[in-house]
Design a protein around this ligand. Structure first.
Ligand code: NAG
Ligand code: NAG
Ligand code: NAG
Ligand code: NAG
Length: 439
């Protein structure tokens, strides 16, 4: 980073490296954060938990068992069997979560301090220090008081008891990365206030964390699988690695947990945007092929879709896929000429249809195409556009940072602002209101 600065690199290149740096450091912070949380849980018993068979790639489904990922690739070569990855015209026969003519994903944010926030940050014992922005000094709270208003209809009004009734006797499982974990925390914060003490509990368990609502015999769970398929990043604590290796066709280990859930909410996105990804060698030779993140993501989504296609009966299981969560790393995108990011942003973007560079359109096309093959088996929770407006919704510097910040960083808040995750209460609450709306 420093070296690039001194060399007076062209701005776009610098910008690229800076954004990679920001994403990498935030993902790193998340990692150390989890370790810290585990340590805390161990010492203080804190309430927060410690935390398709793809035709062109002929490999069999296998149980990776106790594979040592660090020795999985002896050498690496470029992925060669290139094909047309991305069709620019998505097939549009996937299930659209529209009610009649109303698209609930198209609308605007309105100030509403009467109905929002739906819970108080300080009242939720499961809140994460990564997302508790007021606790960490955020001076404004208007970001908590915005309601999503679709253009042509109203969202069903959130009701925790009604949601718990829908979950009675069921397992609701969130599966994905830290953005999905934020949505899971939002969900348990939204629900927990109506459950008396002693009738709710949380069970930390490495990859799977389970919140129980006893009286409803219901669970709301989070399963860590940032790349969906099996990978060397599946350890919920130790996933800060120099390179990412995925088993492009294998979801076996993860899916044994997914199979037990009644309602599944998947996401995957940012982890595919940190450079090249290796595909686990298929033969004993240890030669791993390597390709760009989007190509690798397509393999993973195909494997996931293959599992959904053969294991999900839509009358028994409900599956949602949450689209890309936008980042706000460059304020020049909404305010030309400025140099900063989401830091100090207090109002949403009011430009209808605003779309920043953090939401990758080719990725959306891949998701469109994969989901279109699953038709009614998966409901798309298309949160990208509505979240794009919320440049004010990120923690920026108002969260716990688990690594020590240097004096230079502290002098320049923009340099360490988290413009990826979301404060709670906040934007992910609305993603859950949408789940409630459609369940
Ligand atoms: C792999 O592809 C990259 C470009 O993406 C190229 O720079 C590199 O030389 C290639 N390596 C081999 C071994 O072909
Ligand atoms: C809501 O906001 C308005 C305008 O800022 C203010 O006058 C009012 O007191 C607020 N009401 C609540 C319940 O906070
Ligand atoms: C509780 O829910 C599980 C499914 O999550 C079900 O198998 C079990 O029978 C239920 N128990 C009771 C007492 O209803
Ligand atoms: C989500 O909505 C965007 C427009 O906001 C659209 O371009 C995209 O195709 C939609 N994606 C899916 C998977 O429905």
């Amino acid at each position: 980073m420093q070296r690039w600065m001194r060399k007076k690199t062209h701005f776009p290149l610098l910008a690229f490296f800076f954004s990679v740096f920001v994403v990498a450091s935030v993902l790193y912070i998340e990692n150390t954060h989890q370790i810290q949380e585990q340590k805390e849980a161990a010492t203080t018993h804190s309430l927060f938990p410690t935390s398709v068979s793809f035709s062109s790639h002929k490999i069999k489904k296998r149980d990776l068992g106790s594979l040592d990922w660090s020795k999985a690739c002896i050498t690496t070569r470029n992925y060669t069997t290139h094909e047309e990855w991305i069709s620019s015209t998505p097939k549009s026969n996937q299930q659209k979560l529209n009610q009649g003519s109303c698209d609930v994903f198209s609308g605007s944010w309105v100030f509403d301090n009467v109905s929002h926030p739906l819970y108080n940050e300080a009242d939720c014992p499961y809140m994460s220090d990564q997302l508790a922005c007021l606790k960490h000094g955020r001076p404004d709270s208007t970001y908590q008081k915005r309601r999503w208003q679709p253009h042509n209809c109203n969202l069903k009004r959130w009701n925790a008891i009604e949601m718990l009734e829908k979950l009675r006797g069921k397992r609701l499982m969130f599966v994905g990365d830290s953005l999905n974990r934020g949505q899971w925390i939002s969900m348990i914060c939204l629900l927990q206030s109506v459950i008396p003490d002693g009738k709710k509990s949380i069970t930390p368990n490495a990859a799977l964390t389970i919140f129980r609502a006893e009286e409803y015999n219901a669970t709301v769970e989070f399963y860590w699988a940032p790349l969906l398929v099996e990978s060397n990043s599946d350890d919920p604590v130790n996933h800060r690695l120099d390179d990412r290796i995925i088993a492009p066709d294998s979801v076996l280990k993860h899916a044994s947990e997914w199979a037990k859930a009644d309602i599944l909410i998947f996401n995957t996105y940012l982890w595919w945007r940190q450079g090249k990804i290796k595909l686990l060698a298929t033969d004993e030779d240890g030669v791993c092929e390597e390709l760009d993140g989007l190509g690798a993501m397509k393999f993973a989504l195909e494997a996931w879709a293959d599992w959904v296609a053969s294991n999900v009966n839509p009358f028994e299981k409900r599956v949602f896929f949450v689209t890309m969560s936008p980042t706000h790393l460059w304020n020049r995108e909404w305010e030309p000429g400025s140099v900063g990011n989401c830091f100090n942003e207090q109002t949403p973007i009011d430009m209808e249809g605003y779309w920043g560079s953090g939401s990758d359109i080719p990725t959306m096309r891949v998701v469109d195409n994969v989901l279109s093959t699953l038709k009614s088996k998966v409901s798309v929770l298309n949160i990208t556009q509505l979240s794009e407006y919320r440049k004010d919704g990120h923690p920026s510097i108002y969260r716990k940072f688990w690594e020590t910040l240097s004096p230079n960083q502290l002098l320049n808040p923009v340099s360490y602002s988290d413009c990826i995750h979301w404060c709670l209460p906040g934007v992910p609450d609305v993603w859950n209101e949408l789940i409630f709306h459609f369940l």
